[in-house]
Design a protein around this ligand. Sequence first.
Ligand SMILES: Nc1ncnc2c1ncn2[C@@H]1O[C@H](COP(=O)(O)OP(=O)(O)OP(=O)(O)O)[C@@H](O)[C@H]1O
Ligand SMILES: [Mg+2]
Length: 226
Amino acid sequence: MELFIKELSVHYTNFDLDVHNLSFQKGINMIIGGNGSGKSTLLNGIIGYEFKHRNVLFNNEQLVLNKDVTYLPQNLNRPDMTIKDFTELTSGQNSDDLLKQFDLYHLKNLSCLNVSGGEFKRAAFVQAILENKPILILDEIEQGLDIKYKKEMFQYIKELSKERVVILNVHDLSLVLSYADKIFGMKKGKVNMTTLPNDITADDLSDVFNVPIEITTYNGKRLIVL
Ligand SMILES: Nc1ncnc2c1ncn2[C@@H]1O[C@H](COP(=O)(O)OP(=O)(O)OP(=O)(O)O)[C@@H](O)[C@H]1O
Ligand SMILES: [Mg+2]
């Protein structure tokens, strides 16, 4: 299973993204980088059929968006529909089991406008996974989630990623060492670091974020210290 970006160039007034020959395999592919480095532009560009310089392949064939990809953008507008209807909207699948799993079942008849930020985020995740596509793209899914749901969601994503290409970006670096199968560092519209979680160094991180970052070891686990 492979998503391959042969070419993706995006030109905005003050920003250029250029990515060539970038391969995402089955597992959790995590993109890291500072604000404005181009993470959302890259994720959006994978599905951005309007971009002129875009050639993206899935298993050596042209990517077919509605068949292959689920994409959850960084900022999703809340519709005035119930949580249950919203979670089932794109797949037509019954969401009850997942609503229970993510503690949303008791909210299922509330409007998306009337739930908390983290609750809506979980509902959006339920909608996304019900689509059951081989490629799952999540832009800052951890934003606004408390530590319990962050952990449960990433454990769930880890399971899903055994049979899917998951591409996501996070700002919480503790998730990177715990859950990434491969890490991609972005700076100024380019992916200039590709590494495995066990190999990533404090220098790699400091370079990606332009700020000194340390990695320490505690009980055999590597931890990132700001
Ligand atoms: N439609 C647009 N028109 C012009 N410039 C844009 C557009 N979309 C994004 N940009 C610019 O492209 C750059 C990269 O934006 P992008 O949203 O990809 O960053 P990011 O890495 O996702 O940052 P963050 O961590 O803050 O979400 C930014 O400087 C942004 O201002
Ligand atoms: Mg972004």
